[in-house]
Design a protein around this ligand. Structure first.
Ligand code: DC
Length: 222
């Protein structure tokens, strides 16, 4: 069974998807981490994030591995060509470059093939921007999470602060709005809710409430 969770930055996708996977005993797939790893590598190699040929070579050749330290379905680390990039891919420079990388059709084609291969693990909770529309259009449960821009900015700011990245809230909100705009207006697989996705506005909901709501959808479908 596949549970597809899409939505903009700060909608609560990652926290919800991980907790849901744990609760259901499913594997968890963070597709954003894959795009982030490619963007990080392009930055490190001095390859322009808009250079489709250069970036798609990285996407095709890289060895991407999710490490499950606890043996459970939710990986705790991502290895890119053998290097643990779990922390580096969350840096603000990567935030800035990743939308350019994720806009490139050839990069997306490669990523989608690699993401579909993860079904060999078994039941999956997959999160991203195009999971219900492109990667797994036949997913049994599709959810599109949203929240108000203010709440999403507040969450992202808190998340960065916790990691020791101190940036003004307004700056975080501005960068997030820019990225959402780029992700929603690009030609290749833009961020959008699948026609058959259930839309959940998480602005006034706790993580546990959101997880419970989706778990009920899964149980109803089993
Ligand atoms: O979810 P995230 O913030 O880690 O995603 C990082 C970027 O990758 C974001 O700008 C959107 C893009 N992305 C995408 O285009 N398609 C996906 N399936 C996942 C992420």
């Amino acid at each position: 069974m596949i549970v597809a969770i899409d939505g903009p930055a700060g909608s609560g996708k990652s926290t919800v998807a991980k907790m849901l996977a744990e609760r259901l005993g499913f594997h968890y797939l963070d597709t954003g981490a894959m795009y982030r790893s490619v963007a990080l590598t392009a930055l490190r190699r001095g390859i322009d994030p808009d250079n489709e040929q250069g970036v798609s070579t990285i996407a095709r050749e890289a060895y991407i591995e999710f490490i499950h330290e606890s043996g459970a379905g939710v990986p705790t680390r991502i290895l890119f060509d053998g290097e643990d990039v779990s922390v580096a891919i969350r840096a603000p420079e990567v935030d800035d470059a990743v939308s350019s990388v994720a806009r490139l059709p050839r990069v997306r084609e490669i990523m989608v093939v690699r993401q579909r291969a993860q079904t060999s693990l078994g039941d999956l909770v997959a999160e991203g921007r195009d999971i219900g529309t492109v990667v797994f259009p036949d997913a049994e449960v599709k959810v599109y999470l949203t929240a108000s821009p203010e709440e999403r900015g507040r969450r992202r700011h808190a998340e960065l602060y916790e990691r020791g990245v101190h940036v003004a809230r307004e700056e975080v909100q501005g960068a997030m709005a820019q990225r959402d705009n780029a992700d929603s207006t690009r030609k290749a697989a833009p961020l959008s809710a699948a026609a058959d996705a259930r839309i959940v506005d998480t602005t006034d909901m706790s993580t546990v409430e959101v997880v419970e709501a989706i778990a009920k959808m899964v149980e109803a479908d089993r």
